[in-house]
Write a new protein. Structure first.
Length: 160
């Protein structure tokens, strides 16, 4: 498979900052109350250490930041499995988004600094860096959709 590092990075950037259908647009104007809202369907989910309530918008923000930290460590340690990092801090939505952007920027820099021939090398689970980079874009899109649904659930919370 031929690698196009620039295309992978462009997709990575677009999933965050495209003018529509992006993580940046979906978290724009989220209120603090909305960020912490947990729909009753998630109320019995066990709360992960260091994470906000499951299913909340803030949970998705922290989860993505945590994943970015993990993915960066996977690349740096390849082919070994590194220890899992702790999730980024998020006492509020602004801090969560700031840390998300920081973790995302660090991951992007890590990917950007890789030589093209490294993209066919494998991380501990047998996936290549190219596989991992494409998965990151899919994962971001997945959580963007879930945040959109969480926003709808919040807006509909008082409607029987």
């Amino acid at each position: 498979m031929t690698n196009n590092k620039e295309e992978l990075l462009a997709a990575f950037d677009a999933v965050w900052s495209h003018p529509w259908e992006s993580l940046e647009t979906i978290v724009k104007d989220v209120s603090e109350e909305e960020a912490w809202y947990q729909h009753p369907i998630y109320s019995k989910e066990e709360r992960e250490v260091g994470h906000p309530p499951s299913g909340s918008i803030l949970w998705h923000v922290v989860h993505l930041g945590h994943c970015y930290k993990w993915y960066k460590e996977l690349i740096l340690a390849m082919p070994e499995r590194p220890p899992e990092p702790s999730p980024p801090e998020a006492k509020n939505l602004a801090e969560g988004i700031a840390n998300l952007k920081l973790c995302r920027g660090n991951l992007r820099e890590c990917i950007s600094n890789l030589r093209v021939d490294k993209f066919t090398e494998k991380i501990y689970n047998g996936s290549t860096i190219s596989d991992q980079a494409r998965m990151i874009v899919r994962h971001d899109a997945w959580h963007g959709g879930q945040i959109a649904v969480a926003r709808r659930l919040y807006r509909m919370r008082d409607i029987p």
